[in-house]
Each structure stands twice: as C-alpha cells, then as structure tokens.
Design a protein around this ligand. Structure first.
Ligand code: SRM
Ligand code: SF4
Length: 581
C-alpha cells in the first residue's frame, strides 16, 4: 500500500507544476507503467512518461544519433537503446565487481565500460529486452543503479585515494553513509528489476523525499584538501573534510554549486557552491537532510530550468537558506574552518600509502574502456582485475586507480599495464592527463557537438602547439562538453570548449587550477581553425611571460587578457513567485 507523504501538500505555486511533477505524483513511488513498457515487444522504446521515471532507476532511453537519418529514411523507428548508470559511492569497485561489470558490458552493451565524471560506470547501448538482465547482473554484483539519475540525491563522490591515510578511509565511510542515507525507500526497484515480491498490506513511503521526490537532481561530494579532484564547488552540497592534527574534525558545508546553463539565457548559469559553516561528523547527516528537505520544500517545481538548489538559494538568499537549514537541523552551524585547495586533477603512477600499500593511477581517455580500433583497454583492466586483490577507484576526472596493492604485486600489475597499453600516463602531455570530455554523440540526446569523440583529435593538434612552446609538461585543465549542460564541468576548465552546433564551440578561459574560480567566454561559437589560432597565440604568450609555477588560467587574468573576476554571482532569476511556502 502506498501512502501520500505530507511534503506533497507543501507545494503551492502561482504557476502550475511542471508535467514531470505530475508524472511523479501519479507514479506510485516510481512504478508508473515501466513494467508494461518492458514487456511490449512491438517497440524498442518505452513511453515518454515511463522514460522520465526510468531515470530514477538509473537508466535513460537513448537512440543512436549516428543512425537517426538513415533509419528515418528507411521509415524505421530510431535505434533505441538504454544507458545504465551504477551507484558506486566514492567510485569504489572490487575486482569481483569489476569482472561482473565487464561481463555485463561484453554481453549487453555496445561501447564497453565508461567511467563518468562522477566516479561511476555507464553502460551504453543496452536494448530493451536486456535491460532487466543487466540490472540483475549489477544487483548480483552487490551494486545498484537506483537513484543514479533522477530528481534525487545521486551518486556521492569522494576524493581519491582514501587508502592513503586512515582519515581518508574514514571520510569515504561518511561519503558512503550519505549515499545510503538518501537512497529512495520505494520497493518499486525491487519489484520491477529484481522480481521482488509485492507487499500490499504495509504502508510504503519515502521518509525524506515524499512522493514527489526532489524538484531536480541533487549532487553531493566530499573533498579532502588540498586536492579538489571532485570539484567540490560544483556540487549542490559540497563537503570539505577538515583534518586537524591527523584527525577528521568535521566538514565545511558548501551549498548551491551547479554547472548547467542554457546558451543565450542569462537567467541560467553555472554557480560555485557557497561555504556556510562547519559541522562535526556526528552532525553531518542531520545537516545534509536539512539541506535536502529545504530544497525539497522550496525548490521550483514549475520551471525545471530553475529547479536546482543554486536557484533556490539565489532566489531566497543565502542567509535565509542557512537559517532554514539550521532551523531544521535544530542547531547553528559553526563558523567554517580554514582550508586550502592547491589543485584539481588526478595523481598518476604509483603512490605509497601510510600503511605501506601502493596505488597506481592510470589515465583513461574520456573514461572509455572499450576494445575498439587497435586498443584493448577493456581487456587490459579485466586482466588486472583477475590478479588484483585490493580494489579499484574511479575518479571524477574519468581515470582509474588500481588501489591497495602490496609491494610484491606491483611488478605483475606493471607488466599488464604495459602489455595492454594502459601506461599512457608515463608519456602523455600534462594537458592530456588533465582533460575531461563528456560523452556527447552518438548517445547523448542533448549533444549539440562532439566531445568524447573529438577530444583525441583536438588534443593531438593542441599538443603540437604545446610542443612548439615547450609546454608539454605544463598542467592545464582542459574540459570539453557537447552542450552547455556541463557534464565535464567545463566552467571550471582553464580552457574549455562548450558545444553550440556540429563543429562549433564557445571557447571559455580562465578558471583556476583548483576548481575555485569559474571561467568566462572568450570567443563565441567558433570552429576548430579559430580555436587553434586563439590558443596558439595565448599559449605562446603564456610560455614567454608566465611566472614560476603560474597556471595558465591565473596567467590570463594577471596579463589582463581576461577581466578580473567579478563579485560572486547571485542574481535573482525567477520572475515568478517561489513555488513553495
Ligand atoms: Fe550530465 C544530462 C552524461 C555528469 C549536468 N548528462 C546528462 C545526460 C543524461 C543527457 C540527458 O539528460 O539525456 C547525459 C547522458 C550522456 C550519455 O550518453 O551517456 C549526461 N553527465 C553525464 C556523464 C556521463 C558525463 C561524462 O562524460 O562522464 C556524467 C555522469 C555522472 C554520473 O555518473 O552521475 C555527467 N552532468 C554531469 C555533471 C558533472 C558532475 O555532476 O560533477 C554535470 C554538471 C554538474 C551539475 O549537475 O550541475 C552534469 N547532465 C547535466 C545536466 C544539466 C543540469 C542542470 O542543472 O542544468 C543535464 C541535463 C539535465 O539535467 O536536464 C545532464
Ligand atoms: Fe550530453 Fe551535454 Fe552532458 Fe555532454 S554536456 S553529455 S552533450 S548533456
């Protein structure tokens, strides 16, 4: 039996709620008619409404955009398939899980395994009749896909590599606790995918979310200074672990980060999270819940483009938000503690932890592990998983750490890394090692331009420029996104390309190297020749005029090539009254 949750009654809007709110309300806690749709053999798709609910189960319906025109000509329905995303808190994967995930990829997906910018895996190209078997395979590997997408708290990301110290391991435990705390409680997932028993006489409710879940997606991440590898200020709720005298004292709380924007619409924008205070570990879940429920009750449920937490905060004011969170938590947040980030990006090569065990950082281009063309990266990591007894850690920069390796096992892992061409980290330019590119074409329905498939070609050309100016060892954050949604967090790239149309991008410049300053548009809507020309000149000047250890983004500001950053962006963007009281 399904019971209405009281949070639904909080919705009072001048504008009608969006269609998606209506779908959620009618869904019986995310069931909709997904099961019927899966059984309909006439089409490879499911209904639009169910497709929206399916996201909460960790899957998106897509179609192969490379084939769209041809199939239309042949009067066939689009080549539908599904992308599936796992929920792997902090990106931790055991070797057994790796082998199971790899089996799933070989059996059901068309493009191998894809490490995402939020430390998890996606499988692309799973056809409808295999969707259930894929979900079951992931479940059997002791993982899940629930709430990997949808208007809920998603995968909680965490700095890598926690095994470098006992305190880091503790921080990961908290990231996992957060992830578990916000998992939806609906039994729909079990019923639909795992053939779970339907229990009809017990009330079923979502104690945190209510039956409408959140107004929009919600993201949490925990960073461990001085490394900001997760881009903590891009999270709705970013937590900065404060380790003092070798002990975890607690977390600074940052709220309202987000990247998504729409071209040409200045009422939507990327925003860095604002630090509002400090909590002890014991207070963490209470405060996180207060943040989430405040957004649940005050977020915009009429206009989805303004529904992220960043707009709720900018609309009502940061001080109001903080007071509301404190009221719900039942205590005041302590003043934020001092912290310092000195960089983003991942560590590559072998690093030893304080317990003497080793961790090997491997560069994976755009996170794609796929046996294609002349590469066998998927097989290579599979072979490592067959001999590895520690675990793997996926990073938010789409890379991979073979973690927790005893000294005597290193040689064996190194041999496999070399054999299967996973040793690129030793020779690649520093820019390549600091590049992230979103998936974009052919699977992403929102892509306006290529990203993942364009990155290798672009990097090849940029490396020729870097070599000319002896900059191959200069770490420069490069981010590519096929549209302004910002899945590679391009607004935090020292150099970023944001797709506008096939072959055309906005060139954005000037973020810092530690994820604490947004970049700005330098040239709108330009094609590759102009991109290369602009970057050639700027990189030449940087090579000649940079100060010792000065990063490219900082140089552009100091040299006056970009304007100094303005005040923190807090425009009031909604023209309509707030949607909740
Ligand atoms: Fe994303 C939508 C891929 C991280 C902001 N994102 C999508 C979809 C699902 C397209 C869609 O809605 O139809 C993309 C699927 C492409 C495909 O074929 O796989 C997609 N996003 C990805 C991934 C796979 C990019 C990657 O190359 O790794 C990342 C998966 C993360 C994960 O494992 O959970 C991914 N997306 C991000 C990030 C980065 C982050 O979270 O750190 C962002 C920016 C941060 C943020 O959320 O503000 C991001 N994705 C978006 C948005 C814009 C949201 C907004 O507030 O406007 C959309 C579109 C939307 O939600 O309407 C989107
Ligand atoms: Fe797709 Fe745009 Fe995200 Fe790239 S940034 S994966 S094109 S939604």
């Amino acid at each position: 039996m399904y019971r209405e949750n009281s949070s639904a009654t909080l919705l009072q809007s001048a504008k009608p709620v969006s269609h998606l709110e209506d779908i959620k309300a009618r869904s019986r806690l995310l069931r909709g008619t997904i099961e019927n749709g899966l059984n309909d053999a006439v089409t490879g798709a499911i209904s639009d409404d169910d497709n929206k609910l399916l996201k909460f189960h960790g899957s998106y319906q897509q179609d192969d955009r490379d084939l769209r025109d041809e199939r239309r000509r042949q009067k066939l329905e689009p080549a539908y398939s599904f992308m599936i995303r796992a929920r792997l808190p902090g990106g931790v994967v055991t070797p057994d899980q790796w082998l199971a995930f790899d089996d799933i990829a070989r059996r059901y997906s068309t493009r191998g395994l894809r490490i995402t910018t939020r430390q998890t895996f996606q499988w692309h190209g799973v056809v409808k009749r295999n969707l259930k078997a894929t979900m079951q395979g992931i479940h059997n590997a002791l993982a899940t896909t629930i709430a990997a997408c949808g208007d809920v708290n998603r995968q909680v990301v965490c700095s890598v590599n926690p095994h470098l110290s006992g305190q880091h391991a503790l921080v990961w435990e908290w990231a996992k606790a957060l992830s578990d705390h916000f998992i939806p409680r609906t039994r729909a997932y079990h019923e639909i995918w795992l053939d779970g028993e339907r229990i009809t006489d017990e009330p079923e409710e979502e104690p945190i979310y209510g039956n409408l879940y959140l107004p929009r997606k919600f993201k949490m991440g925990v960073a461990i200074p001085p490394l900001n590898d997760i881009d903590v200020f891009a999270q709705d709720l970013g937590l900065i672990a404060i380790i003092e005298d070798g002990q975890l004292s607690g977390f600074n709380v940052a709220v309202g980060g987000g990247m998504g924007a729409t071209h040409g619409d200045e009422t939507t924008y990327p925003r860095l999270a604002s630090v509002i205070g400090f909590v002890t570990p014991q207070q963490l879940l209470t405060v996180a819940e207060a943040v989430v429920t405040t957004q649940r009750d005050f977020g915009n449920r009429s206009e989805r483009q303004y529904a992220r937490l960043k707009y709720t905060i900018d609309h009502r004011g940061l001080e109001w938000f903080k007071c509301e969170v404190e009221k719900r938590a039942g205590f005041e947040l302590a003043p934020a503690r001092t912290y310092h980030f000195d960089r983003n990006g991942d560590d590559f090569g072998w690093k030893q932890g304080e317990d003497g065990r080793w961790h090997l950082g491997l560069y994976i281009e755009s996170g794609r592990l796929w046996d294609a063309n002349d590469q066998r990266l998927q097989t290579g990591v599979r072979q490592i998983a067959q001999v590895h007894h520690g675990e793997f850690r996926l990073t938010c920069n789409q890379n991979l750490v073979v973690a927790n390796v005893p000294d005597q096992e290193r040689g064996r892992i190194d041999d496999l890394v070399t054999k299967w061409g996973l040793d690129g980290y030793k020779t690649h330019s520093a820019m390549r090692r600091n590049t992230a590119a979103c998936v974009a074409l052919p699977t992403c329905g929102l892509a306006m331009a290529e990203s993942e498939r364009y990155a290798p070609e672009l990097l090849h050309k940029l490396e020729a420029i870097l070599a000319r100016y002896q900059l191959l060892n200069a770490p420069i954050l490069l981010r590519l996104s096929g549209c302004p949604n910002g899945c590679s967090r391009p607004y935090l790239g020292e150099i970023a390309l944001v797709g506008r149309a096939p072959g055309r991008y906005d060139l954005r410049l000037g973020a810092d190297f530690s994820g604490q300053r947004l970049n700005v548009v330098y040239r709108h809507n330009i094609a590759e020749p102009a991109i290369l020309q602009e970057l050639d000149e700027l990189l030449r000047n940087y090579a000649n005029d940079r100060q010792a250890d000065e990063h490219f983004g900082d140089y552009l500001l100091r040299a006056g090539i970009l304007p100094p950053p303005g005040p923190t962006l807090t425009p009031i963007v909604w023209l309509t009254p707030a949607t909740a009281v």
